[in-house]
Design a protein. Structure first.
Lengths: 442, 222
């Protein structure tokens, strides 16, 4: 009997998935935009920590035999892919036990520093009761214990939540396993190309297509409440900014002014966006309300200005400008005022992304003709180049502020990749077709 | 050693020869001193402001000089003559057909059927070889006030998509400015950018990239 387990409210997890359920229903009803995505994403580790934490994750006991995936398997995959853990095989000696019978010494003997045990039970109403405990078997104490009561389709969400907790307890850093991402998939189709704006879990599951077109789609960006995406589509033979709701697929044109419309970025309160328009001058930054009203021009430099992004407190805009003769990253107050240049190293620093905790600036840096992801610690101005691939683009931060998602080319094919802010941990996410323009949900 | 900018540009064009290889283009090396291999390094910085303003405005000297390249490529008389001929023809016809009932926009012998202007790496400056082409379209637009063009700017595939979108926009605006300086009402022109999204040549080599750095002229209703 589990005692004293916090009964975690799953409202957050459920709200994350409500949109998907609604979309599936709409798809069945023949709604144009949303459709389940076909391809499966594969994830490989391309870099990890030198010394990994040995952890055993025992299969969860299931009573009665639940016909849902074992959360333990999902947790195991998550932790293995993070590059920070070495999985210790539990073996088949029937010694998993629950908290009453756990032999810490036995697990130490297998080489584990930590152990996860748990169980899945099907309740009378069909929902699942999932419980887990995390033990430090070296100090012989419990580090975490939770129970979740959820409908069966949320097993993966619970497993990601468990992974986040285990990760944070063992590494001291918040995990980001439950994240969702948006990206653009380009595929050959018949005599042409098809561009699909897709959303999926960060492990590639639950993928669906939000919108598809024969013309390019770029720059998807999440609303702060994760309910909508703003993006640039070329379906009108020129760049136009749209906002689309994920729950019902409804779409509104945000900006279709004379000239080009691009580079949308949401303010943290979700009320307005920064966009780039060429209607008055060469590409300049404007603010516009999310309903398309209240357009005001923000930059007046006469130089090329683009890629605006808000600071987490909503007070600043980071952006790219070539006002100094080469493209560099600047910061200016949203309320108006002088811009300050932030990047000085090299002749090409673009695509700023600020971490949710406001500590880091990720961007694309060109060195010797190659494009790498770099990161700057904003407090000190110290910079580090994180990647050694040659055509890296579109960095965005995971909600844990520790992981950067970006697009790169591997053998000429577009894939997504992640790198930790210290450059140690690297993963690649790929599927058939070219993946590009990733954006991590806030 | 101080030469006026048009000469430097002209040298650049002659050195570059055909549109397929950028080689060493003086304007870029001057523009961004810190980059030693500007010609190969990427779609990064644009030409310095001085170069932009000087070249985006086809002055009397630059337009008057027909380069051998332009004649060869487009099988046309020097820019000045073409300008005259078109002007008379256009004012006489007053509609979208030239002599013999041909639509000059479609006539392969007409400069108006040429719709692509290529650019050097990192540059929105219009090469002199294209001044005749731009003048021809400008005259056509002045003579046909209901005609509308979309100028689509494009870049090669390296670097940020949004930054490339802005670079392509600047190329389209450079052509637009040339046309408005020749007297075309701005209302007849829309400059837009497709950035790196619509390459005409695939491949990650310089020949393909040179093809992709361009502005396309599209007439409404075509």
């Amino acid at each position: 009997m589990y005692n004293g387990l916090p009964d975690l409210s799953l409202r957050m997890i459920q709200s994350m998935h409500r949109g998907i359920v609604a979309l599936i229903l709409l798809f069945l009803a023949g709604v144009h935009f949303a459709q389940a995505a076909r391809a499966q994403m594969t994830i490989e580790i391309v870099g990890g920590a030198a010394s990994r934490i040995p952890v055993a994750i025992a299969p969860f006991t299931a009573t009665p035999a639940a016909r849902t995936p074992d959360p333990a398997a999902i947790v195991r995959d998550n932790l293995a892919r993070s590059g920070l853990f070495r999985l210790v095989e539990p073996g088949n000696d029937g010694q998993v036990g629950d908290e009453q019978t756990i032999s810490h010494g036995l697990w130490r003997g297998k080489g584990a520093d930590a152990l996860v045990v748990g169980q899945t039970a099907v309740l009378a109403d069909g929902r699942l009761d999932i419980r887990f405990r995390l033990y430090d078997v070296v100090r012989e104490r419990q580090l975490a214990g939770m129970r979740y009561t959820v409908s069966p389709h949320l097993v993966r969400a619970v497993a990601h939540k468990i992974s986040d907790i285990v990760y944070e307890k063992l590494t001291g850093e918040p995990g980001a396993f439950g994240g969702r991402i948006a990206y653009v998939l380009r595929e050959r189709m018949g005599d042409g190309l098809r561009y699909a704006l897709q959303v999926s879990d960060v492990d590639g599951h639950n993928a669906f297509t939000v919108m598809s077109s024969r013309e390019p789609i770029i720059s998807p960006t999440w609303s702060p409440d994760r309910a909508r995406l703003a993006y640039v589509s070329f379906e009108q033979k020129k760049p136009v900014v749209y906002i689309q709701s994920l729950a019902d697929g409804r779409r509104q044109t945000l900006a279709s002014f004379h000239g080009s419309n691009s580079a949308p970025a949401w303010s943290p309160d979700g009320n307005r966006l920064a966009i780039v328009l060429s209607k008055d001058d060469t590409s300049q930054i404007y603010l516009i309300n999310a309903d398309g009203t209240g357009l005001t021009r923000l930059s007046q430099s006469g130089a090329l200005e683009t890629e605006p992004t808000f600071s987490p407190d909503g007070q600043w805009l980071y952006f790219t400008s070539d006002r100094g003769g080469s493209p560099q990253i600047y910061r200016m107050p949203v309320a108006g005022g002088e811009a300050r240049r932030l990047t000085f190293n090299g002749a090409y620093n673009v695509s700023p992304a600020v971490s949710p905790d406001g500590k880091w600036l990720a961007y694309v840096h060109r060195r010797e003709g190659n494009y790498h992801i770099a990161v700057m610690e904003l407090a000190t101005g110290q910079t580090q180049i994180l990647t050694d691939t040659r055509q890296d683009e579109s960095p965005s931060f995971a909600h844990n502020s520790r992981t950067i998602l970006y697009a790169t080319l591997v053998n000429g094919r577009g894939v997504l990749a992640t790198v930790s802010v210290d450059g140690r941990l690297k993963q690649r996410l790929s599927q058939s077709g070219d993946m590009r323009e990733p954006a991590w949900a806030p | 050693m101080f030469k006026p900018l048009p000469f430097i540009l002209l040298t650049g064009i002659l050195l570059a020869g055909c549109a397929d290889a950028p080689k060493d283009v003086p304007i870029e090396e001057r523009g961004v001193g810190v980059r030693t291999q500007a010609g190969q390094a990427g779609t990064g910085a644009t030409a310095p402001a001085s170069a932009r303003s000087a070249t985006a405005t086809p002055s009397a000297e630059t337009t008057a000089k027909g380069t051998p390249g332009a004649v060869e490529t487009y099988a046309l008389p020097p820019a000045g003559q073409q300008l005259q001929g078109l002007s008379t023809e256009a004012s006489r016809a007053g509609e979208a057909t030239g002599p013999g009932g041909k639509n000059p926009l479609k006539d392969p012998d007409s400069l108006l059927s040429k719709r692509i202007i290529h650019f050097d790496f990192d540059s929105a400056a219009i090469r002199e070889e294209y001044s005749g082409l731009i003048e021809a379209h400008a005259l056509y637009l002045k003579a046909h006030q209901t005609a509308r063009v979309i100028l689509q700017g494009h870049t090669d595939e390296r670097g940020s998509r949004e930054y490339n979108l802005a670079l392509g926009q600047r190329r389209a605006e450079s052509v637009q400015r040339s046309m408005t300086l020749l007297g075309v009402p701005v209302a007849q022109i829309e400059a837009v950018s497709l950035g790196e999204e619509k390459p005409i040549a695939e491949g990650q080599n310089e020949a393909a990239r040179a093809q992709n750095r361009r502005v396309e002229i599209h007439y409404h209703g075509e």
